[in-house]
Write a protein that binds this ligand. Structure first.
Ligand SMILES: [Zn+2]
Length: 135
């Protein structure tokens, strides 16, 4: 972690105060400038079945330049004053990598690649069948 940064919304180097709740979650997207989408799971009780259901909470959090969290990082987010219409959390620190999340992303990407490769083969097979029928 850098010693200084120019980010005005950095809780460590600048005057942004955090207050309220704090959560640990996984960064699912970090494409937007200085904004990360952070997700974590929570349990929601269903009285009828006397069981819990897993639900996800997803928030936009400010991603200061000194933290620079990437997709798949496990981070601690802290509640702060609203920084924009949808941002009222700030990424305070990175604590590690979410291996399961990264593995799932990797598999999804692989599946996508093979899917696009398979398509032309299928169409050529269909073409052969068509020829056979016409003969
Ligand atoms: Zn900073």
């Amino acid at each position: 972690m850098k010693q200084t940064c120019k980010d005005p919304h950095c809780p460590l180097h600048n005057s942004l105060k955090t207050h309220g709740r704090q959560f640990k979650g996984t960064v699912t997207e970090a494409k937007a400038q200085k904004t990360a989408t952070v997700e974590w799971q929570r349990l929601h009780y269903i009285p009828k079945y006397e069981r819990y259901e897993q639900r996800k909470t997803r928030v936009k959090a400010h991603n200061p330049e000194c933290v620079d969290a990437q997709k798949g990082d496990i981070v601690i987010v802290k509640e702060c004053r609203p920084l924009s219409k949808t941002k009222h959390f700030v990424v305070a620190e990175k604590t590690g990598k979410d291996v399961t999340f990264l593995a799932r992303e990797h598999l999804l990407q692989q599946a996508h690649v093979t899917e696009t490769k398979v398509k032309p083969e299928q169409s050529s097979e269909r073409h052969k069948e068509d020829q056979h029928e016409s003969n």
